[in-house]
Structures are given as structure tokens and as C-alpha cells.
Design a protein around this ligand. Structure first.
Ligand SMILES: Cc1cc2nc3c(=O)[nH]c(=O)nc-3n(C[C@H](O)[C@H](O)[C@H](O)COP(=O)(O)OP(=O)(O)OC[C@H]3O[C@@H](n4cnc5c(N)ncnc54)[C@H](O)[C@@H]3O)c2cc1C
Ligand code: FES
Length: 256
């Protein structure tokens, strides 16, 4: 795993919803190495443990990465105080990403809430071949819809209370798509119950499904056993590191 630790300038900062921020970070070497599904590990001022945030945009020409994160606690609140022009301390790119394959036909990308950002670099790659299904609590939490539309992908928005898009969970339109089309790959990131349901639906239809798992992390590089998760390999139980073996796993390997 080739990663860099460094301090990089924030080229742009935007508040995109309540307590949700988008940072564009100028880091040419990291952007060059990054692939969809990987994450960056950020040091928040005054805290020893870094905070993992998914990569939401990779611009190899401009040498930038984009991240989108929500203030959940003290660490992310501290990171959100950083402004355009200031420096951010990052260890990146980390982890194992999603499969990218030009030979795939239709792919479905599914994001739930703040699990939506890592789907954007995939939508940029697959474009019109992709259907992007995103689900949020309500209209105030909806993010990245214009970005997804710009990729040329079909976009389907759901909210739990019907205040924007389809009233219901992402599994509803996903179920309709898999009934009528052949799907080569499903990629998903979001809450565990959502991932579990999607994995079960894919298993039933024999569709390859890759999911990005969230686990508490310390080192982020496979050195501390802080992020162990039960998986199976060749029918044997295996404690994987979410930071190094994941965060993206084949859903069939996960012990739910
Ligand atoms: C691979 C990965 C990708 C992620 N991508 C995103 C993203 O794109 N956008 C986004 O908003 N959030 C993302 N998260 C979640 C984000 O890392 C947590 O919200 C953040 O670490 C919380 O830190 P805090 O100090 O604000 O919260 P607190 O709850 O105050 O944190 C307290 C402690 O718990 C740890 N902690 C709490 N929640 C998590 C968590 N879920 N994962 C790891 N450590 C945690 C912190 O490191 C800290 O040590 C991702 C998590 C993982 C594992
Ligand atoms: S966070 Fe240290 S091993 Fe994964």
C-alpha cells in the first residue's frame, strides 16, 4: 500500500447541507495514486487519533481530492473549522477500493446518507452505464445530486419521509431495477441495515456486490488491530482489517 503523510492546502471549502462540508484538497501525489473507495485519514487539531473520511472526488489533472463529511463529534467539528487556504494533515490514500472494470455493462451505485460521497468517483467513471440510487432521512440531508447528474448516470433519489424524491428506502427502486435489467456490479456504502439488505438481494439474483464498511479506526494502516471485522475467506473465518483489507469488501466475504 503506497500512501503519503503530509500537510496539504485546502483549495476550496463549501457548506453543502446543515453540518456537512466539502473540501477540495490540493495534493497531486495523493490524487495520482488514489482510486474510488479509498479514504484519507485526517488529523484534527488537539486529537491524537486521525478521522477516516472517504474520497469523494479524484482529479488527477488538477492534482486534487475532494472529501465530503458531516460533523459527528469533536474531531470532525475541529476539521470543519479549517478554511480555504489553510493546511490539512492527511495520511492518504488508504485502503482497498471498489473494482473498476471497463468491460462491465450496467452498474448500480447505492449511497445512504453520509455514505453517498464514495459513490461519486465511481459515477464519474461509469457515467451512462450507472444508475445511482441515493437515500436520505429528509430533504434537508440531501447532498451531491447535481454532481451525480453531471456524470451522465441515471439518478434516483429517495427520502425516508418523502420530502424529496421517492418516499421510501433505496431498496425499493433497487428491487425494481434488478427485476428488469442485467446488472454486472453493485457498489454500496451506508448504514449496516441498508448494506445487509442490498447484499441479500444481490445474493438472491447472483449479482456481484461490493460494500464499503465503516469501523472505528486508529492507525488506518493495518498496524493496530483497531478495526477488526469478521469475514470469511475460502470458507474459513478471517479477521480482516477494515482499514487495509477494506473498507471495500465483496459482500459475500462479510459475516453479518
Ligand atoms: C472508511 C471510512 C470512511 C468514512 N467516510 C466518511 C465520509 O466520507 N464522510 C463522513 O462524514 N464520515 C465518514 N466516516 C465516518 C467518520 O470517520 C466519523 O464520523 C468520524 O471519525 C467521527 O469523529 P468525531 O471525532 O467527529 O466523532 P466522535 O464520535 O467524537 O469520535 C470519538 C472517537 O470515535 C472515533 N470514531 C467515531 N466514529 C467513528 C467512525 N465511524 N469511524 C471511525 N472512528 C470513529 C473517532 O476516531 C474518535 O476516536 C467514515 C468512516 C470510515 C471508517
Ligand atoms: S485502524 Fe489500525 S489496524 Fe485498522
Amino acid at each position: 500500500m503506497k500512501y503519503t503523510q503530509g500537510i496539504f492546502p485546502i483549495a476550496a471549502k463549501q457548506a453543502i447541507a446543515k453540518n456537512i462540508y466539502s473540501f477540495t484538497i490540493s495534493c497531486p501525489e495523493v490524487a495520482q495514486a488514489a482510486v474510488p473507495g479509498q479514504f484519507v485519514h485526517i488529523r484534527a487539531k488537539g486529537y491524537t487519533l486521525r478521522r477516516p473520511i472517504s474520497i469523494c472526488g479524484i482529479d488527477k489533472k488538477k492534482g486534487t481530492l475532494r472529501i465530503v463529511f458531516e460533523i459527528r463529534g469533536e474531531g470532525t467539528a475541529e476539521i470543519a473549522k479549517l478554511n480555504e487556504g489553510e493546511l490539512i494533515d492527511m495520511l492518504a490514500p488508504l485502503g482497498h477500493g471498489f473494482t473498476v472494470d471497463d468491460s462491465f455493462g450496467k452498474v448500480v451505485l447505492i449511497g445512504g446518507g453520509i455514505g453517498t460521497p464514495p459513490m461519486l468517483p465511481l459515477a464519474e467513471i461509469y457515467g451512462e452505464k450507472a444508475a445511482v440510487i441515493t437515500g436520505f432521512r429528509d430533504s434537508s440531508a440531501v447532498i451531491l445530486q447535481d454532481d451525480f447528474k453531471r456524470t451522465g448516470a441515471e439518478t434516483i433519489l429517495c427520502t425516508d419521509n418523502g420530502s424529496a424524491g421517492i418516499h421510501g428506502f433505496v431498496t425499493q427502486p433497487f428491487g425494481e431495477i434488478i427485476e428488469k435489467e442485467k446488472i454486472d456490479l453493485v457498489c454500496a456504502c451506508g448504514p449496516m441495515p441498508m448494506l445487509k439488505n442490498i447484499a441479500a438481494m444481490c445474493r438472491e439474483k447472483g449479482i456481484r456486490c461490493e460494500i464499503s464498511l465503516e469501523e472505528r479506526m486508529a492507525c488506518g494502516i493495518g498496524a493496530c488491530l483497531g478495526c477488526a471485522c469478521r469475514t470469511k475467506r475460502n470458507d474459513e473465518e478471517y479477521f480482516a482489517h477494515v482499514c487495509k483489507d477494506g473498507p471495500v469488501f465483496n459482500a459475500e466475504e462479510v459475516i453479518w
